[in-house]
Design a binder for this molecule. Structure first.
Ligand code: ZN
Length: 317
């Protein structure tokens, strides 16, 4: 296979990045070269993982420049959801998903704990006193933080997170449970140690560490919006099949980096890139836009105009 100027690139309708050998780089003149190289590196990397050693060897030989260039971004895809409560089964790469999420009531067991105690923990962290609406978690300030965090997923990708309550207002079971259930228990007993962990699809349940300091204090990751928001977005990144991102020379930011960042608002470019590859962009919902007939209308523009999509990925909020 040749490399260099005989390669072209395109982003397929299902969010997959594809490269081909038969066309000239017709778009390169109008694309920022950095973005083009980034895209090609990413495509080579992604294809290498899936199509074996031969391509990997070719990629290593042909794209040494790309692979050794500074500022490489590197999302890590582990897997994705193939079946959900709402969508049913048979889901494949590029298909959007609707995932139900729920809060595990205290004292109940779920896949990650025999005795979840998250609600009391977050209530304490956010100054919520016991009251007559204690079974309605949607009234809690921490619930709003989580809900706002999850809304970002649907703004930038084909992942839609939909809350379902496990309890009625009277405290009885609704019979509903999330595809992703969020609970908590003491994981390591060390505040600031392991903050939370999460399983990969087709599970996705989250466990938040409820360890407190010796004086009963609760870490800032759980009682501030920036901390809790990014913690939940990060863990749910695992819950939809993403591993940890590693950057060369700390050259970029991502919520899927191994350490929790609080200086960014949730999903960043690399995170969104990974989500779009697995679940498509927000326009994948309602039948998708994988062919000319179902293509998304992006508005009118003249022969010298342009239309930008995905720009929110660089400054997510
Ligand atoms: Zn992680």
């Amino acid at each position: 296979m040749p490399c260099g100027p005989t390669w072209s690139w395109r982003v397929a309708g299902d969010g997959d990045l594809e490269i081909g050998a038969s066309q000239l780089l017709a778009t390169s003149a109008t694309e920022p070269i950095g973005m083009l190289m980034l895209t090609m590196r990413k495509a080579v990397r992604s294809l290498s993982r899936e199509r074996g050693l031969a391509l990997l060897a070719w990629a290593a030989a042909c794209s040494l420049f790309w692979l050794t260039a500074a500022n490489a971004l590197a999302y890590d895809i582990v897997n994705r959801w193939s079946a959900t409560q709402i969508d049913g089964g048979g889901l494949q790469r590029g298909d959007p998903v609707t995932l139900r999420w729920s809060i595990v009531p205290d004292g109940q067991s779920y896949s990650r704990s025999n005795n979840s105690e998250l609600v009391e923990f977050l209530d304490a962290a956010w100054g919520v006193r016991p009251g007559p609406r204690r079974f309605d978690f949607t009234s809690r300030p921490w619930w709003t933080v989580i809900d706002n965090a999850y809304a970002q997923y649907s703004r930038v990708s084909g992942v839609l997170l939909d809350y379902v309550p496990e309890l009625t207002l009277a405290g009885t079971s609704t019979g509903l449970f999330g595809d992703i259930r969020i609970g908590g228990e003491i994981i390591d007993g060390t505040p600031g140690g392991t903050l939370a962990d999460n399983t990969f699809p087709n599970s996705g349940d989250m466990r938040i560490d409820t360890s407190r300091g010796g004086d009963g204090s609760i870490g800032s990751y759980f009682r501030t919006e920036a901390g809790l928001r990014n913690l939940v977005i990060h863990e749910t990144g695992h819950g939809v099949g993403l591993g940890h991102t590693e950057f060369v020379n700390n050259s970029a930011k991502a919520v899927m980096e191994g350490g929790l960042r609080t200086d960014i608002w949730g999903l960043q470019f690399d995170d969104v890139y990974a989500l779009n590859r697995q679940y498509g962009d927000p326009r994948e919902r309602d039948g998708g836009n994988d062919n000319a007939i179902t293509a998304s209308f992006l508005g009118d523009f003249g022969t010298t105009g342009s239309s930008s999509i995905g720009v929110d990925a660089t400054a997510s909020a």
